[in-house]
Design a protein around this ligand. Sequence first.
Ligand code: ATP
Length: 306
Amino acid sequence: VIQVCLPLNALGFVYREARDALVNAEKLFQLLREKPEIAEAPGLPALKVPRGEVVFDNVIFAYEPARPILHGVSFRIPPGGTVAVVGGSGSGKSTLARLLLRFYEVGGGSVSIDGQDIRSVSSHSLREAIGVVPQEALLFNDTIAFNIGYGRSGAGMDEIIAAAKAAHIHDLIDSLPLKYDTPVGERGVMLSGGEKQRIALARAILKNPPLLIFDEATSALDTASEQAIQKELDQLSANRTTLVIAHRLSTVVDATEILVMERGRIIERGTHARLLDQNGAYARLWQLQQRADDSEQLVREMQSSM
Ligand code: ATP
């Protein structure tokens, strides 16, 4: 397995700076909390997800009429499959996630889940069916139990603990004097980036949604925590339809399909192996990433021999 550990600004060929992590946290906040701009007809039926197939069909979209963002994007995530989107900053990756959550209305084309156009079902049922796992989790100023239980209203303490165990955060929580009643956030216990992520993961495990959006931010985690979390995410997304907005190529290698986006268009698509064979934009990114890894390795070796 080739480990990729540097954050990547696909296609821009520029490595992101720490500053971008803040921007990404803010963006995620928008992704989760943005007030839907759509008006919804009352009495729409609930979404049914017997299989978990997601289809974007020729989706056209603009936040502002004068500035088109997506120019006819089509892809299908087969039931239980994973589609990973890579591309430069502003190419439209997060917009796909926002449209799937129906925070905005498509300007043309359609988004459907198991044959139901998402405009024809209630937004509440749509969002119930989709778990969003951020890399930079935002926690509420409340207890750990609340922050995990938020994944599904009415969840019992035993279910919260089971989710925490699955996300490998239970032992840490259990070691705190107030355990699950420990407050987090500004006035509570300080958690590391990786620990917050595990809380978010536990939340998603508890929610147990048929569909998953993994909105990956360029992460401030060290490589070891990164890889550990990745393993649990892989488990969560196994047999669950997943859309990954990727900033690291390590997340995309096993995807059913990788979409390479540039300025609101898919410019390349395929599996990792096929895209490498094609020797296009994705292959260049991959080579660039390898070289970055090699030089990082070299620096480490030089440091340890000094
Ligand atoms: P990054 O890699 O930086 O996360 P991205 O590929 O996810 O970028 P999007 O967030 O999808 O990019 O944004 C696509 C374009 O839409 C960008 O040019 C962005 O400036 C614009 N955009 C995003 N959100 C809004 C908004 N709420 N209003 C207007 N324009 C927006």
